[in-house]
Design a binder for this molecule. Sequence first.
Ligand code: AHR
Length: 336
Amino acid sequence: MVSRTFRTRAMAATVAALALGLAACGSSGSGDSSTDAASGGGDSGDLITVGFSQVGAESGWRAANTKSIQDTLTKDNGFDLKFSDAQQKQENQIQAIRSYIAQGVDYIAFSPVVESGWDAVLEEAKQANIPVILTDRAVDSEDTSLYKTFIGSDFVEEGKRIGEWVSDNLGTEPINVVELQGTTGSAPAIDRKQGFEDATKGNPNVKIIASQTGNFTRAEGKTVMEGFLQAYPDIDVVYAHNDDMGLGAIEAIEAAGKVPGKDIKIVSIDGVKDGMTALSEGKINYIVECNPLLGPDLADIIKTLQSGGTVEPRIVTHDDAFDQAAATAALPTRQY
Ligand code: AHR
């Protein structure tokens, strides 16, 4: 398993690490070096073929992430992108990766729907000399040589920032928190839960009274919240692992005749336009961003590897955080 220690250590390798990789690219020149990419079939001057297996289309965040990748890995930018949507099913991702291996793509990139169960297919890619890049979500493989790098947010930190805000701003008196978890077994669900619990464990006022998955979707977030409202008459705060589930919770709270953001506070993660709009309208109280715009960094990583450069094993992207005033200020120029 990729230990939390590894992740913490790796956090030091921020975007600056990518710059280092690019520096290596610049110094190695024309791409003559014998790299995995070269042996995977990428000839200098040709388009670089990339097979990308996306989790699905479960959220506004995912839509923005897909758009960023498709808008960046274009033929004009030197890529031939093969894209597949796994509809949140691991078996579909494994099948897509095997198909990319069979096609002999130059690189495989994917955002793993869950953390476990990837070793066999990643080993197959390694045997085929096809470098793999993890985007957005981690795998728990012990053998980190199965992939070149993992680029994405620090999910533990995101949950921690939410927990700190709740503890500091709402936890000055006893509060009951219900948690809408992301997809069971996924890195963001595991890490965001852990981060929140770590940040609030020293505050006896903050109590998680119920926790259930809403699978990162608005519809399931709403259904789970309806159940919470029936079972628990005294909910003070909803902690949603993403904006979409928070938006579903808003619908359930309003349908129950309560005022989201006032009667029941909502905190969530992502910072997509719909979430930021609800935040600026006072229906959500605080959002920690998760940056979905990974396309340009993914393109840089691939070009660096293609040129014989190296990249750091963990590249952590930058995330902001927004209260209601900050959301109102940010919305006019928000890209997603
Ligand atoms: O892995 C990132 C998470 O996946 C986003 O926070 C969520 O919206 C998406 O479904």
